[in-house]
Design a protein around this ligand. Structure first.
Ligand SMILES: Cc1ncc(C[n+]2csc(CCOP(=O)(O)OP(=O)(O)O)c2C)c(N)n1
Length: 277
């Protein structure tokens, strides 16, 4: 079967990142609610995954048996997830305008009505368990696919995350690659003030995971890390992506109060001035 994943050059991906930042703002502004800082900071991770020639998918057949699975554990990154899926061809870009409308397939948090979405998410801390189940199923069914789990750093405070971390190590789930958006913020403040998660790298290593740390705004570093992880045998991999929450808008950057909220007309104009310069 012909694989229809969309591949872009680094410069094309960079341009896409910039336009996605504007579109995240437009989607949240139009919906009068939604999450902002996380998605703005994680754009490069999603773009690298879908357009950096690492992920196997077929937008014309979203349930293709041999596709790689993507679990969006940080479901509140939905606007960003929908942008990459539309760009990849899973659905018409016009549908993006219906984000958060009552009957839209693009709800505030992802669910399986959206082509390309594997699992419903929103309650944080659940995705890694779902991803490990898929990894085990791949091995039992002898259907080799890769499972990617996209997580927030706030999710590293959840007990359920660490149960899944142990499970993945025990069952040697080397088809699992997690990307953690280490943007230092969560809904109520900075992670290290709310509930410290450091030393995160050492913690994962002590659970027998392969750990790679990257600049989460460097597309090449993310793509190289994923390609490296694919060749690891016996251990799951986590890629800690160090990012700046809210990247691109100075007064949103690194501010947990911008985790999610509606955007007023005045603020929308201020954001436009920054993103268009
Ligand atoms: C189980 C559960 N508890 C609480 C929430 C409310 N909540 C939504 S996002 C979030 C913070 C998650 O942290 P992180 O992924 O680091 O978020 P960021 O601010 O970086 O977007 C919380 C607590 C939730 N969605 N699910």
């Amino acid at each position: 079967m012909k694989i229809l994943s969309k591949k872009l050059k680094i410069n094309e991906m960079k341009t896409l990142c910039q336009s996605f930042r504007k579109e995240i703002i437009d989607m949240v502004y139009n919906a009068k609610s939604g999450h902002i800082a996380g998605p703005l900071g994680a754009v490069e991770q999603y773009v690298a995954l879908y357009f950096g020639d690492v992920l196997k998918y077929n937008p014309k057949n979203p349930k293709w048996e041999k596709r790689d699975r993507v679990v969006i554990s940080n479901g509140h990154y939905a606007p960003l997830a929908y942008l990459v899926l539309a760009e990849a061809g899973f659905f018409d870009k016009q549908i993006l305008k219906t984000f958060r409308n009552f009957e839209s397939i693009l709800q505030g948090h992802p669910n399986k009505k959206t082509p390309g979405i594997e699992t419903s998410s929103g309650p944080v801390g659940e995705g890694l368990s779902q991803a490990t189940g898929m990894c085990l199923a791949s091995k039992l069914d002898k259907n080799p696919y890769q499972v990617y789990c996209l997580m927030g750093d706030g999710e590293q405070q959840e007990g359920s995350t660490w149960e899944a971390v142990m499970f993945a190590a025990k069952y040697k789930l080397d088809n699992l690659i997690c990307l953690i958006d280490r943007n230092q913020i969560q809904i109520d403040g900075h992670t290290e003030d709310v509930m410290p998660i450091e030393p995160l790298k050492a913690k994962y290593e002590s659970f027998n995971w392969n750990v790679i740390e990257v600049d989460g705004h460097n597309l090449k570093e993310i793509i190289n890390a994923i390609n490296q992880a694919k060749f690891i045998n016996d251990n799951p991999t986590v890629i800690i992506c160090n990012t700046l929450a809210g990247k691109g808008v100075s007064f949103i950057e690194n501010k947990s109060e911008w985790h999610g909220k509606s955007i007023s007309d005045d603020v929308y104009q201020k954001i436009q001035n920054e993103l268009n310069n």
